[in-house]
Design a protein. Structure first.
Length: 183
């Protein structure tokens, strides 16, 4: 009788643990969508091509390129000492200018009481199209899937720098909700 009870408890635990893990994965996105701040970011041109993923637009944001001379020496030192090839975790504080948000500052510590995104600062710098040495930040918001046969039009707008991304952001975590043409 005791053996049967132990098997039943084991069976219930075996079913409950994976279910709880799956539910746990939805908490952060749902919390962000419910309580996050609505922000808009400007995109910059990019040329995506990948037939395996269907119609989507690859996005780059103005806030993802930070001039090297605007990054604090503390962050640059940590970046140089870091052995992580994925880059250094940084927090980009955002401020509203008109209808869009722009990068105000970059920190290696979470900002308090402000809208920010968490990203990875690349350890490599490069010259952008304006000839400025920049480091890139990956905020994980690059790919936006669109309805069938609409990707090309959005790609054309993106190539002209005429797309705006609308996000929900909470505690450094961003969810890309939609993209629209810049007015």
């Amino acid at each position: 009788m005791n053996m049967m009870k132990n098997k039943r408890i084991g069976f219930i635990v075996a079913l409950t643990v994976p279910l709880l893990l799956l539910i746990g994965l939805t908490v952060k996105p749902l919390w962000t969508l419910t309580y996050g701040d609505d922000i808009a970011l400007l995109t910059v041109p990019v040329d995506p091509r990948d037939l395996l993923y269907g119609d989507y637009v690859t996005l780059r944001y103005e806030i993802e390129e930070v001039p090297k001379n605007e990054i604090s020496t503390v962050i640059l030192d940590k970046l140089n000492k870091s052995m992580n090839s994925n880059g250094l975790t940084v927090y980009g504080k955002l401020v509203k200018q008109g209808d869009i948000y722009v990068l105000d500052s970059l920190s290696d510590k979470k900002p308090r009481g402000s809208v920010y995104l968490t990203g990875k600062l690349s350890s490599y710098d490069y010259q952008n199209v304006d000839g400025v040495n920049v480091h890139s930040i990956d905020f994980g918001l690059e790919r936006y899937f669109v309805p069938e046969n609409t990707g090309k039009g959005l790609e054309d707008l993106s190539a002209k720098g005429r797309l705006m991304a609308h996000l929900k952001v909470k505690n450094g975590y961003g969810i890309l909700q939609e993209i629209s043409a810049v007015k």
